[in-house]
Ligand binder design. Structure first.
Ligand code: PGA
Length: 247
């Protein structure tokens, strides 16, 4: 009932030339995917990657979106700017934004509401640090991120959640299938409490954090894991193997 969704997060990698070359190679490999496929790319690459992905099943997404329609927000990107290129997804509240750029749950909430108001699907990232996991406060951290981040959302089914334990991002240290399933099941339960249990069943929840061509099958076999947000492995052809996890 929930369609799997594999998205790449290029972060601050690739150029127009290398990105277009990768998309050209990926396109035939993912053409028969049974899941939704997207690559979220640096803002400056959106026009060229949109062009490169034309006529393929690869959708181009953004890595951020600002809440104001326009104005004095140096370095930010508005919904209109994204919509002009047909952008359908925007990553919001990635842990790197939270860690290095002071992103708060309140900002995540404003960006999420703006994306929804503009018909862009927000990929809202949540997850605990190693300290928080070891301190036994993972659920508390997720509660706060979800309660504030999703405040005033009318139709939660229009949101994608990416559960990314911070300790697993770019570290090669993946959560085990069981750990990821257990935490994502908790996130679904919490969304059920904030909204309604039936609504929570409709929300696509991805796992992210060192997901790769080898571990994707085990993670995707978990009942509550509906997809992946892929960093490092989305910069190479491994991304196609992950997209084809069910083949
Ligand atoms: P990673 O990044 O796959 O390189 O760990 C995932 C992410 O941060 O979205």
């Amino acid at each position: 009932m929930r369609k799997p969704f594999i998205a790449g997060n290029w972060k601050m990698n690739m150029t127009a030339a290398t990105g277009a070359a990768l998309i050209k190679e990926l396109a035939p490999l993912v053409a028969n995917a049974n899941c939704d496929v997207a690559l979220c790319v640096p803002a400056i690459l959106i026009p060229a990657m949109t062009e490169a992905a034309k006529g393929t099943n690869i959708k181009i997404g953004a890595e951020n979106i600002h809440w104001a329609a326009s104005g004095a927000y140096t370095g930010e990107i508005s919904a209109d700017m994204l919509k002009e290129y047909g952008v359908e997804y925007a990553i919001i509240g990635h842990s790197e934004r939270r860690q290095y750029f002071g992103e708060t749950d309140e900002m995540v909430n404003k960006r999420t509401l703006t994306a929804l108001a503009n018909g862009i699907t927000p990929i809202v990232c949540v997850g605990e640090t190693l300290e928080e996991r070891e301190g036994g406060v993972t659920e508390k951290v997720l509660d706060k991120q979800l309660e504030i981040g999703l405040k005033d959302v009318e139709d939660v089914a229009k949101i994608v959640i990416a559960y990314e334990p911070v300790w697993a991002i770019g570290t090669g240290k993946t959560a085990t299938d069981e750990q990821a399933q257990e935490t994502i099941a908790y996130i679904r339960k919490k969304i059920g409490e904030i909204f309604c249990p039936k609504c929570a069943e409709k929300v696509v929840i991805q796992y992210g954090g060192s997901m790769n061509a080898k571990n994707c099958k085990g993670l995707m076999a978990q009942p509550d894991i509906d997809g992946g947000l892929i960093g490092g492995a989305s910069l190479k052809l491994d991304f196609a193997t992950i997209v084809n996890f069910d083949k």
